[in-house]
Design a protein around this ligand. Structure first.
Ligand code: GDP
Ligand code: CA
Length: 328
């Protein structure tokens, strides 16, 4: 069974871990069950001459057991001494760079400068975390540079900044007018990612931010088309529960692109597969059971179950609901 997950950082990593646990628990990893995680790279940023890939790292650390699960990013048992030293030199330190985390960025940056692609670097980094042994392949959606920039409203008028600058430095406070993926039109999708989509028995849209995580994956030329043309069913999990994201700023992002901040709103945004959109099935939280009829009426099968991946029971139930969609 080949399962492909499209994922941003925190929500994507949690779903990838949930599915990987379940595939392994069902003997999947030993019996040919395989998970390919196709990750967003549009949050990537270059700082201090380092190549930083926050979503790839969040997924890798989560699957490898190295994530700080409280913070939701970076390494556990982390210290920030290097950042403190940088601050004393007057260097901007709004982007949190942990000392342990820094090692990942140093290896990635050295390999990138030596000419290895982001796909190759990611595979090398993942070796340390034992992902292949766990039956998981992590792939950046593209080896090319694509960056989300936010056109934000300021007192001085609109100003475009890198996504990380809007999100971390400005605390997502200035109202976003537009999200633009710079570099998108020239980007080519990863050959490995397209092959995984073509061979998949099931394609899953993680409950990641639809605008700045899943959006930039789908927008890489060729990716959406490969998903639509794949015979594999497409199932998504709603990141919105009771009209709110569990964490992060998906509500602000959805508002900016005119999508209703609800499980149903995000389903319509992705669209029904039978009408040229992406989704065969949409999984919504029990808290939103009232929206099931509306989603079904839009031509998308709708499954209601617990989706807050905090307890083993909910994770098992969610994984079972997703894997039940595998093409027969
Ligand atoms: P980021 O790149 O770290 O911002 O993370 P993602 O884009 O992958 O995920 C952010 C989204 O994940 C938020 O909108 C959350 O609502 C959603 N999310 C996180 N954990 C869960 C969960 O346990 N269940 C559901 N349904 N959504 C979740
Ligand atoms: Ca992200």
């Amino acid at each position: 069974m080949d399962v492909v997950v499209l994922a941003g950082g925190y929500g994507g990593a949690r779903l990838a871990a949930t599915l990987s646990e379940h595939l392994a628990g069902a003997g999947g990893a030993d019996h040919g069950g395989h998970l390919t995680v196709i990750a967003n790279v549009a949050d990537d940023v270059r700082l201090h001459d380092l190549y930083i890939s926050p979503d790839l790292d969040t997924i890798m650390y989560t699957l490898g057991g190295g994530l700080d699960t409280e913070r939701g990013w970076g390494r556990r048992d982390e210290a920030f001494r290097t950042n403190e030293e940088l601050a004393l030199y007057g260097v901007p330190t709004w982007f949190g760079l942990g000392d342990r985390d820094l090692a990942t960025h140093l290896v990635r940056s050295q390999m990138r400068r030596a000419g290895y692609s982001l796909t190759q670097v990611t595979a090398a980094l993942c070796r340390r975390w034992g992902l292949e042994e766990a039956g998981v392949t992590l792939l950046p959606v593209t080896d090319d540079r694509v960056e989300t920039h936010v056109v934000m409203q300021t007192d001085a008028g609109p100003e475009a900044v890198h996504f990380q600058e809007w999100w971390i430095r400005h605390g997502a406070q200035p109202r976003p007018q537009e999200f633009v993926q710079v570099g998108l039109s020239d980007a080519r999708p990863s050959r490995e990612a397209i092959a995984a989509i073509q061979q998949a028995d099931l394609i899953v849209l993680a409950p990641s931010n639809p605008v700045v995580s899943i959006g930039p994956i789908l927008a890489v030329p060729g990716v959406s088309q490969a998903i639509v043309e794949s015979p594999a069913p497409v199932v998504g999990v709603s990141p919105i529960i009771s009209g709110r994201p569990l964490r992060g700023m998906a509500d602000t992002c959805l508002n900016a692109i005119g999508v209703d901040v609800s499980a149903e709103g995000v389903a319509s945004h992705y669209g029904a597969a039978r009408e040229g959109g992406l989704l065969d099935t949409w999984i919504i939280d029990t808290a939103d059971a009232g929206q099931q009829a509306a989603v079904t009426a839009s031509g998308i099968d709708c499954v209601v179950t617990g989706t807050v991946m905090d307890s083993p029971a909910v994770r098992a139930g969610l994984a079972a609901a997703i894997l039940a969609q595998v093409r027969s």
